[in-house]
Design a protein around this ligand. Structure first.
Ligand code: ZN
Length: 467
C-alpha cells in the first residue's frame, strides 16, 4: 500500500466533514480562532480525559479532583504575578497597522535566533539591525515594543469601574492552589498528594493559529503534586517519567515523543520540561512538567494573610509544600491523536480509503452494526444486536448505501469494529466482525461479540501496561 502525505488541510477537512470539529459561530461567518467540538469530537475528547482521569485520579489513593470556578478573586492574579507580568511583547506595523509579537517576528525570520532569551530592548535592536519586514505588507516601519497583558478582563456586576475588574482564569493551577487548604482538611490528606483538574483557561493572545493547537480559549488537564521541600527535584524526575509512559501507553507511536528541557525558567520554577509530539508542523509541546517550588502557595499565604502551612507529623515541623505541576493541553492532545491516526491508504484494488487508526479505547464509536441488505428481517436482527451492545459501547447502526461505502464511513471516523448481519446470521446466529486496520473479517457468534469488543476497546487494555 502506497500512502499519500497527511497535511493539516486534510485533517481539518476531515474534522469538519465528519463531525469532529466545526468553526466557531460558523453560520455568522465564524469567529477567528474559535472552534467547536462536534458530536464525535466531544466523545473523543472525553475519552482522552477519561484516560488521564482513570490513571491519575482514580488509580491513585492520594489524588483528588476539583472543579474550580473560572472566575476567581482578583487578588489571586496579583499573588500569582499574572497582573504584573503575564504579557506578550507586541509591536505595530506603522504602514498597515497590524500588530505582531516581537518574538514571533524574530523566530520566523531566523529560528536559531532564540527570541525567548532576549529582553524587550534586545528584540527591538534585533528587528532593527536585520530590517525584518512586516509579514503582511513587507515594509519595515514598526513602533516600539510594548507589553500587553494576556488576561481576558471583564467586569463583575453592572458597574464598569476598576474596582469591579475580574479575569477569566489564564491557567487552572491557581484553582488548585487556593483549594489546597480545603482539600487537605476535608480529605484528611497527607503529603505527598495531588489535586487534579480539567477545565478551560483563557489567554488573549495576539497570534492564535494552527487550528486547535493555539487558541484563546482552551482546556487544560493538569495536576499539582504537593511534596516536602527538598524532595521536589526527585519527584520532578519521577513525574517526567510517569507522564511520558502514559502518553506512550496510548499507542500513538513511541518515536513521536521527545522531552524538551527548559533552559530559561519561569520566575516560579526550578526545573521545567515539555513533552513534545511530532505534529505535521513539527515537534510541539503537548504537556508541560514544572517544578514550581513553593512560590504560588507562599504568595497566597502572603496575599490572603491565612496560614496555609502543612504540619508534617513525621518531621514534627510545619512548612509550605513544594509543587510539581503536570499540565496537558487537552486540545493539543486531541490534535496529536488525530494527526497520528490519520492515513490515506491506496488499496490493492486501486481505491483510496481514509482511515483513522485511533487507539480503540479513544475511538468515539466502538462498533457499527450493519444489515447486509435492507430486507428479509436483517435490519431487525441488526437492531437487536445494537440494543444489546449499546449499554456498554458507543454503537452506530447504518443501513444506507453499499456495504463498502458503509465500511469507508466507519474507517474515516476510526470505528475499530464493523459487524455485518447477513442471511447466515438468521440461521446460525453468527456475524462477520471486520477489523478497521487490517480490514480482515472473521465469522463470530453473536454471543461472543461483547467479550471480543470489550477486550480491545476498554481503557484498561491500554492502561494495564502501566500498572
Ligand atoms: Zn505592515
Amino acid at each position: 500500500m502506497n500512502n499519500t502525505e497527511k497535511t493539516m488541510e486534510k485533517i481539518v477537512a476531515l474534522c469538519k466533514g465528519r463531525g469532529f470539529i466545526f468553526p466557531g459561530s460558523e453560520i455568522y461567518g465564524g469567529l477567528a480562532n474559535t472552534w467547536d467540538y462536534g458530536p464525535l469530537g466531544t466523545r473523543l475528547k472525553n475519552n482522552v480525559k477519561d484516560a488521564w482521569r482513570k490513571k491519575f485520579i482514580q488509580e491513585r489513593h492520594n489524588s483528588f479532583e476539583v472543579d474550580a470556578d473560572i472566575l476567581m478573586h482578583p487578588r489571586v492574579w496579583e499573588a500569582s504575578g499574572h497582573v504584573a507580568s503575564f504579557s506578550d511583547p507586541l509591536l505595530d506595523c506603522k504602514e498597515c497597522k497590524l500588530r505582531f509579537r516581537a518574538d514571533n517576528l524574530i523566530d520566523d525570520f531566523d529560528p536559531d535566533a532564540h527570541a525567548d532569551g532576549m529582553t524587550k530592548e534586545e528584540m527591538f535592536e534585533y528587528i532593527k539591525a536585520h530590517s525584518i519586514p512586516c509579514p503582511h505588507c513587507g515594509k519595515h516601519n514598526f513602533t516600539g515594543i510594548r507589553e500587553f497583558n494576556l488576561m481576558f478582563a471583564t467586569h463583575r456586576g453592572v458597574t464598569e469601574d476598576n474596582k469591579n475588574v475580574i479575569y477569566l482564569r489564564p491557567e487552572n493551577a491557581q484553582g488548585e492552589y487556593v483549594n489546597y487548604p480545603s482539600v487537605l482538611r476535608s480529605m484528611r490528606a497527607k503529603l505527598p498528594f495531588s489535586i487534579g483538574q480539567i477545565g478551560k483557561a483563557f489567554r488573549n493572545e495576539i497570534v492564535a493559529r494552527q487550528f486547535i493547537f493555539r487558541m484563546r480559549e482552551f482546556e487544560q488537564m493538569e495536576m499539582q503534586f504537593f511534596v516536602r521541600p527538598g524532595e521536589e527535584l526527585k519527584w520532578f524526575s519521577t513525574w517526567k517519567e510517569w507522564r511520558l509512559k502514559w502518553h506512550k501507553a496510548l499507542g500513538l507511536g513511541d518515536e513521536k515523543y521527545r522531552y524538551h528541557d527548559h533552559e530559561k525558567l519561569a520566575h516560579y520554577a526550578n526545573a521545567a520540561t515539555d513533552i513534545e509530539f511530532q505534529m505535521p508542523f513539527g515537534f510541539k509541546e503537548v504537556e508541560g512538567i514544572h517544578s514550581r517550588t513553593n512560590f504560588d502557595l507562599s504568595q497566597h499565604e502572603k496575599f490572603s494573610g491565612k496560614n496555609i502551612k502543612y504540619f508534617d507529623p513525621e518531621l514534627g515541623e510545619s512548612y509550605v509544600p513544594y509543587v510539581i505541576e503536570t499540565s496537558i493541553g487537552v486540545d493539543r492532545m486531541f490534535l496529536s491523536v488525530l494527526c497520528s491516526a490519520y492515513e490515506e491508504q491506496k488499496l490493492d484494488n486501486g481505491e483510496t480509503r481514509v482511515v483513522l487508526h485511533l487507539p480503540a479505547a479513544l475511538a468515539p464509536v466502538k462498533c457499527a452494526v450493519m444489515p447486509l441488505v435492507r430486507k428479509d428481517g436483517l435490519p431487525e436482527k441488526a437492531r437487536e444486536i445494537v440494543n444489546d451492545l449499546k449499554f456498554d459501547f458507543s454503537t452506530h447502526y447504518d443501513e444506507k448505501d453499499s456495504i463498502g461505502k458503509r465500511y469507508r464511513r466507519q474507517d474515516a471516523i476510526g470505528t475499530p469494529y464493523c459487524i455485518t448481519v447477513d442471511h447466515q446470521t438468521l440461521e446460525d446466529n453468527t456475524v462477520t466482525l471486520r477489523h478497521r486496520d487490517s480490514m480482515e473479517q472473521t465469522r463470530v457468534n453473536v454471543a461472543d461479540l461483547h467479550r471480543l469488543i470489550h477486550d480491545n476497546v476498554s481503557l484498561n487494555s491500554l492502561l494495564r501496561k502501566l500498572a
